[in-house]
Design a protein around this ligand. Structure first.
Ligand SMILES: Nc1ncnc2c1ncn2[C@@H]1O[C@H](COP(=O)(O)OP(=O)(O)OP(=O)(O)O)[C@@H](O)[C@H]1O
Length: 329
C-alpha cells in the first residue's frame, strides 16, 4: 500500500518575544523534527500528554499552521510548496474535525449553511467517494442536494438543514462536523480529539461511525488523542509524542504489546484494568516501570531553555525499531 501523505523532518517553532524591544529571545519547539507517513485507508494515531505538539502537527497538515521547516508530501507531491492551483486540491483533500464541536460550528449559521461552506469554496464533487477529478460547481441546487446527501451519511434528518448548532447534542454536533469535513470528498481527515468531549456511549457511536465512513470511502485518518483505549481501537499505527518529539513509533499492536520507551511504558501502565484477576500483575508492572523511570530520570531530563526537554533520544524510526527487534541496535 502506498503512502498517501509523508511528513519529513517537520519542525514548528513559535517565537518567544521579550524585553523592551520585543525581540525574539527564544523559541517554543512545539514540533521538533518528526517524520511519519500515513497509508491510504489507514488510521495513524498521535498520542501524548497535553502540550506535546499533537494539534500543531494536525494544523500543519491542514495548512492552519506554517511549518518552520520540513516537507509534507501528499500523493508524492510537495504540499508545503504546491502551487496555488494544486493547493486548492490539497485543501480539498485534507480536512479537519475538531475536538470542540460547540466552538468549531458557527452558532449564527444554520447547519445547512455550515455544511455548504466548503462546497462554496471548493465546488460540489461529482459523487460521494469520487475522489480526484471532481468538477467545481456553484449551482445552488447541487449544493442543497449534496448537503442532504451528507446529512443522510451522518444519520441526521433532512430538517437539520434549517436548525442551529445549539439545538443539537454533543454527539450530533460532532456528526455535523464530520459532515462538513466530508463535503469535499477528502482523502485524509485530521481528527483532533474528536470524542473526548462526549460521554462514553456517545463516544462509541461516533468512533464506529468514523470506522464506517473509512470503510465506505477509503478515507485515511490522523487520529489525535490522549485516550489510549480509543487509540488502540481506532488506529493501525501510532507515534508517541513528548515535548514536540516522537519518542516511539510503530504498529499499534507492537506498541501495545511491546512498548520500548519508558515514557510509552508509563503511559500504558497507567491504563486502569477492569479485569480483577490482572490487577495485582498490573500493579506490579506499574511499580517496576516507575522504579525504572526513577532510576534513570536524571538521564531522561535535561533543562532546555523554556522547557524540560525529556527523553532526548534519537528518534526511533521503523528501521530502527526493526533493528531493535532483531537485536541489532
Ligand atoms: N500559536 C501558538 N503560539 C505559541 N505557542 C503555541 C501556539 N500553539 C501552540 N503552542 C505551544 O506549542 C506546544 C504544543 O501545543 P499543541 O496544542 O500542539 O499540544 P497538544 O499535544 O495538542 O496539547 P493538547 O492535548 O492539550 O491539545 C505547547 O507548548 C503550546 O503552548
Amino acid at each position: 500500500m502506498s503512502d498517501l501523505i509523508r511528513i519529513e523532518n517537520l519542525k514548528v517553532y513559535y517565537p518567544v518575544r521579550s524585553g523592551f524591544f520585543n525581540r525574539v529571545t527564544d523559541n517554543i519547539k512545539a514540533v521538533d523534527d518528526v517524520s511519519f507517513s500515513i497509508k491510504a485507508g489507514q488510521t495513524y494515531g498521535l498520542v501524548g500528554e497535553s502540550g506535546s505538539g499533537k494539534t500543531t502537527i494536525g494544523k500543519s497538515l491542514v495548512g492552519l499552521e506554517d511549518p518552520t521547516s520540513g516537507t509534507i508530501l501528499f500523493d508524492g507531491e510537495e504540499a508545503t510548496t504546491i502551487k496555488q492551483k494544486k493547493k486548492l486540491n490539497y485543501n480539498k483533500d485534507v480536512q479537519m474535525v475538531f475536538q470542540d464541536s460547540q466552538s468549531s460550528l458557527n452558532p449564527r449559521r444554520s447547519i445547512g449553511e455550515i455544511i455548504a461552506e466548503p462546497l462554496k469554496s471548493f465546488g460540489v464533487p461529482n459523487a460521494i467517494g469520487a475522489g480526484a477529478g471532481d468538477k467545481r460547481s456553484f449551482d445552488q441546487d447541487a449544493i442543497d442536494k449534496r448537503v442532504l446527501e451528507l446529512l443522510e451519511i451522518v444519520g441526521l434528518p433532512a430538517r437539520t438543514v434549517t436548525q442551529y448548532p445549539f439545538q443539537f447534542s454533543g454527539g450530533q454536533r460532532q456528526r455535523i462536523g464530520v459532515a462538513r469535513a466530508l463535503a469535499t470528498n477528502p482523502r485524509l481527515i485530521v481528527a483532533d480529539e474528536p470524542v473526548s468531549a462526549l460521554d462514553l456511549s456517545v463516544q462509541a457511536q461516533v468512533l464506529n461511525f468514523m470506522k464506517k465512513i473509512q470503510r465506505d470511502f477509503g478515507i485515511s485518518f490522523l487520529f489525535i488523542s490522549h485516550d489510549l483505549g480509543v487509540v488502540k481501537y481506532m488506529t493501525d499505527n501510532i507515534a508517541i509524542m513528548h515535548n514536540g518529539r516522537f519518542v516511539e513509533l510503530g504498529t499499534t499492536e507492537d506498541i501495545f504489546n511491546d512498548p520500548r520507551h519508558i515514557y510509552t511504558k508509563r503511559l500504558l501502565s497507567a491504563i486502569p484494568s477492569l479485569d480483577v484477576s490482572k490487577r495485582d500483575a498490573n500493579r506490579a508492572y506499574r511499580k517496576r516501570v516507575e522504579a525504572e523511570f526513577a532510576e534513570n530520570q536524571a538521564a531522561y531530563y535535561e533543562q532546555d531553555g523554556l522547557r524540560a526537554r525529556a527523553y532526548d533520544l534519537k528518534q526511533i524510526t521503523p528501521t530502527h525499531s526493526a533493528a531493535l527487534k532483531k537485536g541489532e541496535a
